[in-house]
Design a protein around this ligand. Sequence first.
Ligand code: FUC
Length: 334
Amino acid sequence: MDYKITTEEIWGRISRGRKVKRLTVSKDDLSVSVINLGATVQQILYRGKDMILSFPTPELYEKFSIGCIGATVGRYAGRIAAGQFSIDGVDYQLTKNQNGNHLHGGQSGFQTKLWESCVIDDRIQFTLFSPDGEEGYPGNLNVRVTYRITEDNGLEIAFQAESDRDTVINLTNHCYFNPNGLDASFNKLTNPMNHDNRDVMLTVNADHVMELDGEIPTGQLLAVEGTRFDFRTPRILACDTDDLHGNYDHTFVLNPHGPEQPVAIAKGLKSGVRIEFLTDQPGVQLFTMGNPGTVFALEAQHFPDSPNHPEFPSTILRAGDVFSSRTVYRFSHE
Ligand code: FUC
């Protein structure tokens, strides 16, 4: 095996003197650094180029945890309307942490936690215990996130979770990409001239996006045909700087696909780098950020507010069952 765990270091400290660990794994053209704060992907270097947005210190990850930069988001990634749902007639009230709704697991979502880490062969594994009642969720929950570099320059992310009571779960990774490469400092974002998604072509294998009422899905699906959501053939990912609504924060309903079939492809026109997204999840949330749309997240996950939409694939995790999902970011070059 020619992979290498090249570094395992104490990267710095956050509040209450807590230490943040950083681990790096390298193989072929890919080098990936992860930190135990939020089980976060802190850096992806492909052929020496930075593919994701990152902060240079752990303090910044703690301070701006709202952006979930590179992080593992949970228990429920995305929104749950009014923070309410029921399972088998039992009502639950979650914390309402955004515009009267529950977002990304609440104030103390998984992205804010210090996870336990260990190295198993060529994998880096993070584990977290979330107690019964945390943020209003039922069940003592054990979560595992495992990172591995595949044989073909992919970063594989495997999620697993188990609860001792029936609960809901929706886990995702929240990397912000630009296949043309980013400077390894968030500060560069303040200069809009630095990066531009006009140089990024995106393809998403989805005939529909979710209709929204405010920020919450109505349950209706909208055909992408003839809209700015039609990424079924490669389309420039850019937002119109004159239009505040030019950014994306929308759920794409993925067309049926096999686990080894990319659901989305992003191509950097300047760099010739291609990122293929593979997942077993039913949707991706496209979220663009910066001016103009400097970086984008494609969060592979279940649909927002699924616990209140019986017509959506279920996000219920039954006591004793194992939740598992897998997402891969695969890099190649022209
Ligand atoms: C996405 C969005 C949210 C939020 C977050 C950081 O999941 O749906 O609106 O801003 O990312």
